[in-house]
Write a protein that binds this ligand. Sequence first.
Ligand SMILES: Nc1ncnc2c1ncn2[C@@H]1O[C@H](COP(=O)(O)OP(=O)(O)OP(=O)(O)O)[C@@H](O)[C@H]1O
Length: 951
Amino acid sequence: MEETGRERKAAGPPPWAPTKSTVFRSYAAAVVGDRAEAPSARGNGVAARSSNLRAVRKRPIVARLTRDIVQTFEKCNPEFNYVDSLNPKHFLTTPAVPVHNDGLDNANSDLILYVNLELVNKKSDRRYIVEEMLGQGTFGQVAKCWDAETNSYVAVKVIKNQPAFYQQAIMEVSLLSMLNDKFDPDDQHHIVRMLDFFPWKNHLCITFEMLGHNLYELLKKNNLRGLQLQFVRTFSRQILDALIVMKGAGIIHCDLKPENILITPKVNSAAGVKVIDFGSACMEGKTIYSYIQSRYYRSPEVLLGYPYTTAIDMWSFGCIVAELYIGLPLFPGASEYDVLSRMIEMVGGQPPDDLLREAKNTRKFFKHAGSIYPGNEAHDGLRSSYRILTEDEVEARDSKKPKIGKWYFPRGRLDRLIFSYPWKNLNEGNLPEAEKEDCLALVDFLRGLVEFDPNKRWSPLQASYHPFITGEAFTGPYEPFRETPVIPVGRAATVDHNPGGGHWLAAGLSPQVGSINRSLPFNNVFPPKMPFSYGSSCGSFSSRGSFNDNVGPASSYGSYDVNNVNMYHSPLGPSGFNLQSQAGGTFLGFSPDIRRRPHLSHGVGIRLSPGGPGPMSLGASPSQFTPPNSQTQMPASATAKYVATSPARGSHGSSLGKAAVVGQYNRRRNLGHPPMSMPPHEYTSQLIQGPHGDGVSSAFARGHSGYSYGALPNSGHYNWRPQIGVSTGLSTNSSSNHGYVQPSGYNDFRPLHSSNVPADTSTSTSSVPDPADWDPNYSDESLLQEDNSLSAELGSVHLRDASGRTIQSGRLPNIQSHDIAGSNQRNDFLFHAPSLRESGHSTGHVNYDSYNHANYSQRNFPGRHGQPFQRYNHMNSTSIRPTGNLQNVQSAWSKYGMPDSTSPPRMVEGMPWEEALVTLLQQAGCRRPLEGRTSGGSFSPCLGSGGMPSN
Ligand SMILES: Nc1ncnc2c1ncn2[C@@H]1O[C@H](COP(=O)(O)OP(=O)(O)OP(=O)(O)O)[C@@H](O)[C@H]1O
């Protein structure tokens, strides 16, 4: 029965009701009383003074009303009980609906983050207070957090609570640990610093130094105009620096793109950039995934399904350098076919025949003409027996048109593109004298990077000596010094079972058969700073005996002795990673001498020889770990808000791409995927004959005489590259084609492979939304949005030239549109060209009449396509593919040396991932992040008795 007001009155106030005296006590009285009660205050005579409320009145009203409000309420009503958790939360994660992990995770297995949530490293009791979302990507979320201990902001990547992502994140941790600690201990090589990692609520959290905006945002900031050349040079040099170190460590980044290069604003010091996101990285020679790299930056060998090395990062790097200059992605293809077509059209030539012969996807893109196809030539001047399929041929084969994206700049050769940038003055003769040399140097620099043949593509070290980077005068085509070939690529996992019965592939090791001596190249400028020899370019197997004797820092460079690699299969169960250091501890696969390592004789798994970072050997194909029912849902809604998809934060569009890929990957996982067909030895021997001979140097030692310095390519020139055996190069002489097929209308920037597609129209007929075009947040308005933080960030940019001289110091002018509006000149500032919008064209379609063939829609800049790597393995081994029940997952787990096979992993509520992580990291010697916080540097989990972390 409902109680009436009268009855209530008669019954007296409810027990919780404040009494008049407490409720309506004045705030001042409460404060006075409060202070009067404080012993310390009393002691200091504050009580007496507190009756004077003038100090309180001076505060702003909001402060006065809310300061100590909880205590005030408590004063007013002693029964008032403030419960923090009942506060409305400001959620940062999308969606924020609790689904998994006892309501802590959403449907995507992302930890639901909200403002002021604490992420705690329970081992060190270090707390990170979530403040805002920086990005939501494939592997989880990155949040800006306050680190109370250091009074600074950090970026914390909270990995999804799924084994697959967890595994790959362990890889990220281990690779970055290695890079940070062993190869760049002094933080000099433009690689992001990892500060901490810890498990939290079944999520792995990785703490990074807080960096600024990424390079895509920087370009976008200026309406996708390019940067001034000196900035292109400076950033390129720094990225190269990172790449040199990575190559020295044998690490392939696999997802290099402008979004993964972040600005590091430093007040009063040289600004620069840092490479982030090693979440897709792997070790050279131990490549697992074939679908890697974001599409625009995907190398030809990856597109074609050819074994890859660190050279793929150099391709991406070349794309980035060009993009920094022109402001737009170089190959913004809407499909892989489109990307490859653009490469061929813009770079000239095509991948060499031996690559095409071996690559597993060749038939997707090329037609084998049986013999030398008339009129078709590879880029090195040799005729080819392959030619790229026409769109019609692709359509006839696939019963649907290939997706072809828009062209955002004049079609034509890359050199022309660079020379005529910003494309308003189409006559390259307009190029100021002063810029000619720079442009020539840039074009020549790009020549060595966007090189179809990975064996001829310049290494980062070779590229770093290019005049474009060093700032020396450019006097003619650069010939890189000969570099000792380091790591022939390992055939990506192709074998189901290794002969020894172990699981090479499960361990992430590509069997590399063949007697190849691998030693640290004499010209490795970045020997890791560690006392012993090390396996830096980890991942190659060498045959017995080939392991060199020159023990020392450069000796056991990344080699695995195929006869000594210890793979065990034992019914006794897993032995974990068995990473044993000769130095007396376990560490990340660095054994100073493979020959002396202890041989363990039990367990499944693999003991890594020098150079193989432990966790990496997980062969962390998510497919092996994703529980059958695990969800990898990434609805567009979940990705649209933050970084990955938003122009405001870089890799916009990528999430969807990645989501699609993850979905594909999961499907693939379930369906299985055929192994690559080529036996490893074939590939190895091929490589030995290729790059191990005169390799790079010979490729560039020939036929460059015709590259006439100072001469810009004229309209009659077909191939902008200096040609082997052809004395034309960039000669202005159109007669120098030497039998090359004259492209139709190079003059007019017409495509080599005419697709009859107007440049401003998309021929995509697919009803399936293309992730490349999917960018819900994209708009011209967003392009024009000022971002003061970015301006501020850049305001303190100081750039130095090659000699260390400051070329741009002090505060740069704010990046305001009026700084550049209406300017058609390369501004004496960060950016060097007006945007299409500002180059006098009205919004909407921009018709470059003078090109006659190119219409551009500035409204349709490419939706960024950070298409992710897709993880699928080539392994057919059912033993490592989860087959639908926990036990199988567990057995897969145990094969990777994960803990105790007798206690199956709990997928959601338990701690096995944390335990596994802890064990792995402990075994791998990843101690640094916790050093100083743990006893003896060991990593031990902060587990409650029940296995769950106590909060
Ligand atoms: N150290 C950092 N400082 C500032 N922002 C960062 C940092 N690390 C990452 N971010 C932001 O978070 C975003 C996602 O980070 P990251 O690329 O490492 O995650 P991811 O899941 O691999 O994303 P993606 O799927 O886009 O590759 C980055 O694009 C960047 O904007």
